[in-house]
Design a protein around this ligand. Sequence first.
Ligand code: CA
Ligand code: CA
Length: 359
Amino acid sequence: MKKILFAAGVLLFIIACKKDRNDEDLSPVDLKTKILVSNLNLPWELVYGPDNLIWFTEKGGKISRINPTNSEVTTLHTIADVKVQGEGGLLGMALHPNFNANPFVYVFYGYGTPYKNKLVKFSYANNGLSNPQTLLDNIPASNNHNGSRLLIVGDKLFITTGDAEDTSLPQNVSSLAGKTLRLNLDGSIPTDNPFPNNPMWSYGHRNAQGLVSVGNKIFSSEHGPASDDEVNIIEKGRNYGWPTVRGKCNETGETAFCNQNNVVESIIEWTPTIAPSGMTYYNSNYIPQFKNSLLLALLKGQRLMQLKLNDAQTAVIETNDLFVGDFDRIRAVTQSPEGKIYICTSNGNSKDQIVEISR
Ligand SMILES: [Ca+2]
Ligand SMILES: [Ca+2]
């Protein structure tokens, strides 16, 4: 009798385990889109805030929040000294990771004559922003190639900068242009950066506009010239090749430079170009088919692209095109803790929108 009861118990245990696994249905789901707001003015960055509102920048200098449940938009602040010039203006934004205790908002924007970029920290209180503190300024700027995406990992702030249309700058480790920079959250330079008293973390970049952490790695997306848009894995102190190298070290004139400078090759590249901008890393069960993928916003390519990663998160094993042409040029992408996805578009007309993607 004891043996029979034991066998029955084991059987029930196995059934229970199987049921548990079946409960987590990870089969692909259909997606739907909902336009939350139109008629924005070149929205550039989206950050899903700890207040469950989506914080966003517009290139002219405005910082606002939108409530994804009712589409209500509230403007927090318009930065007076933002200067729009070509691709430049108010670009990337990040919130302090412990925002309730440290309500700081980091933004990157173009200013002044001659034109430059700077990184500024604002304090948030009472539905507004005040007390701007410049953490880094005199970053080279130009009509084109200003970056800039911001990313906070732990207690460090990473910043992408463009080459400001001067191809002599990315290989010059003393210039702030064409770099991934790394600062402490108070703007000081970390003691474990590759060079002492230098915010540079990686160099040889052309114009990176996507930056996201995946496990203990950082991935960036970068605009190439007429060829070789790139996604890179950013490593401390490494050279990413621009302007000598485009994408992989595979052409005449590239291989010698790559060997001499220990250049990091892109993990994927696109010719013809697609103009990749913002990027997020998706690993939620909410949209199971996106698990372990980068989601990349494309301007010229006018779509959201899924880049499925391998288990080691070192390579792209599959790409899928989503919402092709539906929203024209897509600038940035973020996600909610629940797993919904939000994109903003950059068209310079009434189709400057924020769109929700859900199941
Ligand atoms: Ca490169
Ligand atoms: Ca190449």
